[in-house]
Design a protein around this ligand. Structure first.
Ligand code: GLP
Length: 247
């Protein structure tokens, strides 16, 4: 596992975008697993800047969402598909048909989760971006989720709903269900890029990287993967015990 400590959030976004760019450049048909959340905003902005400067093309690239809320209109600003569209795809050479995600309004949600699981497995993701929840979740796999559970429909815990309430008018508007890639599905990606910013991520990052591999900290599953890069700012790195150079 490679851990990069950046001096601040802006430097972390650039470092993470460098890693994504490296993968995009090295593949003919790159397949990128994309996360949402505030941590990802600067990374996608940096990728857009590179495209607009003529330095990077996403031609041939496919994007696969990590998760999706259940029940939101496709054009709802917080529907993850829309977040990726407005934050990245609309500004680069990525058509709508190059972005795949679970349909959170499918009539049979369990069947939809399974369909998406198969799609992601078949795609063989080249790099999967991950944020981390304040309770150590990855995607929407909450503490206690078995690592081998496939993509599924999950109930969001109150901590996650309250963390994400800032994106909605009120906590009552935060969906209580989501479709998420399973941890095992995520670990099938050839490479994992975990990014965390801010003091509130220091504890979950320490638990994920230095704690036991445990379902109580879903992000600790990354310790089981052979190719993981972690990009954190100084605040998120502040509880790591191992001295690591800034990069
Ligand atoms: C949501 C997403 C996760 C993300 C997490 C952290 O719950 N499902 O994929 O990692 O939020 O978000 P943020 O980056 O806003 O802290």
């Amino acid at each position: 596992m490679q851990v990069f400590i950046a001096k601040d959030a802006a430097a972390a976004a650039v470092k993470a975008a460098d890693i994504v760019e490296g993968v995009v450049r090295s593949r003919l048909r790159p397949r990128i697993g994309m996360a949402t959340g505030s941590t990802m905003v600067g990374i996608y902005r940096s990728l857009v800047d590179r495209y607009q400067a003529g330095a990077l093309s996403f031609s041939g690239t496919s994007v696969y969402l990590l998760d999706e809320y259940v029940g939101l209109e496709p054009r709802h600003p917080q529907a993850f598909r829309n977040v990726i569209r407005t934050g990245l795809a609309d500004h680069v050479d990525l058509g709508d048909d190059a972005v795949f995600g679970p349909d959170g309004r499918a009539p049979d949600l369990e069947a939809e989760a399974w369909r998406y699981d198969q799609l992601v497995t078949k795609a063989r993701i080249d790099i999967q971006l991950l944020g981390i929840g304040s309770n150590g979740h990855i995607a929407f796999n909450e503490p206690g989720t078995p690592f081998d559970e496939p993509s599924s429909v999950v109930a969001l815990c109150e901590q996650t709903r309250s963390d994400n309430a800032r994106f909605f008018d009120s906590i009552d508007d935060v969906p209580s269900l989501a479709i998420t890639q399973g941890i095992g599905t995520i670990l099938q990606a050839k490479k994992i890029l975990l990014v965390a910013l801010g003091k509130h991520k220091a504890r979950p990052i320490r638990d994920a990287l230095e704690g036991p591999v445990s379902v109580e900290t879903p992000a600790s599953a990354v310790q089981l993967h052979a190719d993981v890069s972690v990009v954190v700012d100084r605040e998120a790195a502040s509880l790591l015990s191992t001295a690591r150079p800034e990069g």
